[in-house]
Ligand binder design. Structure first.
Ligand SMILES: Nc1ncnc2c1ncn2[C@@H]1O[C@H](COP(=O)(O)O)[C@@H](OP(=O)(O)O)[C@H]1O
Ligand SMILES: [Mg+2]
Ligand SMILES: [Mg+2]
Ligand SMILES: [Mg+2]
Length: 368
């Protein structure tokens, strides 16, 4: 992490009217409120509730509370509970808005014990308790297909479920997409150290961004927001890069080659979830490499919508491995994109050049 990067963040109160965190009292925007002020306020409160639920479960899961999905990935009672809570709160405030959420209730309908645990968890953070059927219905409110027109929310109730299960990083990721463009993003990162350089220090942070209004960070229990910016670093050999912990989600071998080509000597910061975008947005790292492992995998919109606006509003850049912007307008996946490359912006061209060289070399090796 560069020292210069750390000094860019200056604490300041956010210019929007703040609201009580104990209730979702955001139904009447102030007459002078900035665009998306209500969406921003509601999204923060929904993410706080879901993050609180996840924190309560963190490190306490038993195997019976984890299900293996059809694609072999894990999902826990906390993923289901968090999706029920956020969907319920968003629908109450924005009944016209559909939601593209990662989870659905199918497995829960077949498993009464797990279902009751999810109901209990969700109700522990909701003002008005919901029945078991209402919880299942709230989870399935996230089945929207997405697309190019109108507005919808994307929700990843726990991004980095594998990190969550290891007791490491995860994020509750919520975003609003309008006519294909991400307008609002909120990432709840309950286990992220507030300073990466102080891993034993206070943990738990929320990243927030609205298009054209900058990116901010706040803790889970204080309304005071700090404006954040990417690192100002321009010498690429002095940068640090981050990537997934999971070798099955991103090619770590190719990332190491790219780093070597750029003259980067610092070891990569391996971290689960969209916390990586937040860490870049506040200048704690400079490059995020997500290089495809499988030729057929399509990145999911909920895995990148929140993180991408946060990095862009903090002054950074994000694109796919071919330099194309991420396209959130074609459904539940980013099927026209491959992988993700994000950076502080000033070093983006140099990073993209190295990415092209290394991926071209891999391609040639595979065809030999
Ligand atoms: N083969 C693959 N390539 C890239 N991403 C994958 C993948 N398989 C699963 N993922 C996604 O990687 C996300 C986690 O990202 P990261 O590795 O950066 O922590 C998962 O989100 P969930 O944990 O919400 O399921 C999942 O959607
Ligand atoms: Mg998942
Ligand atoms: Mg995810
Ligand atoms: Mg998830």
């Amino acid at each position: 992490m560069s020292k210069a990067a750390q000094s860019t963040a200056s604490p300041r109160a956010h210019p929007y009217p703040t609201r009580s965190s104990s209730r979702l009292s955001a139904s009447k925007p102030e007459p002078t409120a900035a665009p998306y002020a209500k969406e921003r306020a509601v999204a923060i409160q929904a993410v706080i509730r879901a993050s609180t639920l996840c924190q309560g479960v963190f490190k306490k899961l038993v195997s019976a509370e984890t299900i293996t999905k059809k694609d072999k990935s894990p999902v826990t009672v906390a993923d289901f509970g968090a999706q029920a809570v956020v969907n319920n709160l968003i629908r109450a405030e924005f009944p016209e808005d559909p939601i593209v959420g990662e989870e659905d209730s199918k497995d829960l309908r077949e498993n009464a014990e797990t279902r009751e645990k999810v109901v209990e968890l969700a109700n522990s953070v909701l003002d008005k308790p919901l029945s078991s059927d209402e919880i299942l219905e709230a989870i399935d409110y996230g089945m929207y297909e997405g697309g190019p027109k109108g507005r919808f929310w994307t929700l990843d109730p726990i991004d980095g479920t594998k990190g969550f299960l290891r007791g490491e990083q995860f994020a509750v990721a919520l975003a609003l997409v309008e006519d294909g463009e991400v307008k609002v993003g909120v990432l709840g990162c309950p286990n992220l150290p507030q300073k990466l350089s102080d891993p034993e220090g206070p943990r738990g942070t929320i990243f927030v961004a609205v298009r054209g209004q900058g990116a901010f960070e706040r803790s889970l229990d204080s309304e005071l927001e700090t404006k954040i910016s990417v690192s100002p670093i321009t010498n690429v050999s002095e940068t640090s890069f981050c990537e997934s912990v999971e070798a099955g989600h991103s090619s770590q071998g190719e990332a190491a080659q790219i780093a070597q080509l750029l003259g980067i000597t610092r070891p990569s910061v391996r971290m689960d979830s969209q916390c990586k975008y937040g860490v870049l947005a506040r200048g704690d790292a400079d490059i995020y490499l997500r290089l495809p492992v499988s030729a057929t995998y399509e990145e999911k919109i909920w895995d990148h919508a929140g993180g991408s606006i946060i990095i862009e509003e903090a002054g950074g850049k994000v694109c796919d491995i071919h330099g194309k912007p991420l396209d959130f307008s074609i459904g539940r996946t980013l099927r026209d994109n491959k992988g993700v490359i994000a950076s502080n912006g000033s070093i983006h061209d140099a990073v993209m050049e190295a990415v092209q060289k290394v991926l071209q070399k891999s391609k040639e090796e595979k065809t030999v």
